[in-house]
Design a protein around this ligand. Structure first.
Ligand SMILES: [Zn+2]
Length: 214
C-alpha cells in the first residue's frame, strides 16, 4: 500500500475525529484540503467543497417525486462540486460514508487503526479500473459504471468475465466470443469493433499487457 495513501487517510481520520459541526463554522484551509485530498485519492475530480446538505427526493414506482426528501450527507455537511460547479452526488455520498467511519459514528466502535484500514480499503474499492487501450485509434475498454464511488470496482487482478467490459467510445458491451482456437475474440455489440487477444489472458492485467503490444 502506498505511504501517500496511508498518510492521506490518517490525516482524514484525525480531522474527522476532532471535527465538531456548528452552523456558521468555516472550514480551515487545511481541513478542506484534507477532504479534497481523500476525494482525489479515491478517484474523484473535485473542484471545490461547499458547506451544506445535499438533498435528494424520494420517488414512487413511476419515478414521480413523492414530496419527501432525504439528505445524502447528514453527517458530513460538505458537498463536492466538479466541472461547471455542479454538485457531485456520488462523491458527496462517498465522503459522508467514510466520514461516518472516520469519526467513529458507526454502531460498533472500531479502534483508530481499524478505521484507517477500513477507509484505505474504501478508497481502493472506489477507484475505477484504468481504461484499457484496445486499438491504436484510441478505442478504450472500460468497466460498467466506471465512475468512482460506493461500488466495488475491478482491478487488474480480476478475471475476465464473458462481458469483458464496455467500449468507452460508443457505450456498447464488449462480449467475449469463443470462436477461434488460437486466440480469444471480443466484439462490441453496438458498433461491432472486434479485438483479438491471446488465450493466455486470464485477467484485466493480462489483457492490458497483451494489447499494449499492438
Ligand atoms: Zn462500440
Amino acid at each position: 500500500m502506498s505511504t501517500k495513501r496511508m498518510e492521506i487517510v490518517q490525516r482524514f481520520v484525525d480531522f474527522a475525529e476532532g471535527y465538531v459541526h456548528s452552523d456558521g463554522r468555516v472550514l480551515k484551509s487545511d481541513e478542506k484540503q484534507t477532504m479534497l485530498d481523500i476525494l482525489t485519492e479515491a478517484g474523484f475530480a473535485p473542484t471545490d467543497l461547499i458547506p451544506g446538505v445535499l438533498t435528494g427526493h424520494y420517488r414512487d414506482e413511476d419515478c414521480r417525486m413523492t414530496g419527501q426528501t432525504f439528505s445524502y450527507n447528514s453527517q458530513c455537511p460538505f458537498r463536492m462540486t466538479g466541472d461547471d460547479s455542479a454538485d457531485e452526488i456520488e462523491a458527496t455520498k462517498w465522503l459522508n460514508h467514510v466520514f461516518v467511519i472516520a469519526a467513529n459514528k458507526e454502531r460498533s466502535a472500531r479502534t483508530k487503526a481499524e478505521r484507517v484500514n477500513v477507509i484505505v480499503a474504501a478508497v481502493e474499492r472506489s477507484i475505477p479500473l484504468e481504461p484499457i487501450k484496445l486499438t491504436s485509434d484510441g478505442d478504450f475498454l472500460v468497466e460498467h459504471n466506471y465512475r468512482p464511488g460506493l461500488k466495488d470496482h475491478c482491478t487488474d487482478e480480476n478475471g475476465l468475465p464473458s462481458v469483458i467490459g464496455y467500449h468507452k467510445e460508443c457505450g456498447g458491451r464488449m462480449k467475449f466470443l469463443p470462436t477461434r482456437p488460437n486466440c480469444y475474440v471480443a466484439v462490441c455489440e453496438s458498433c461491432f469493433l472486434r479485438i483479438e487477444y491471446p488465450t493466455t489472458c486470464q485477467t484485466y492485467g493480462d489483457l492490458r499487457a497483451a494489447l499494449a503490444q499492438n
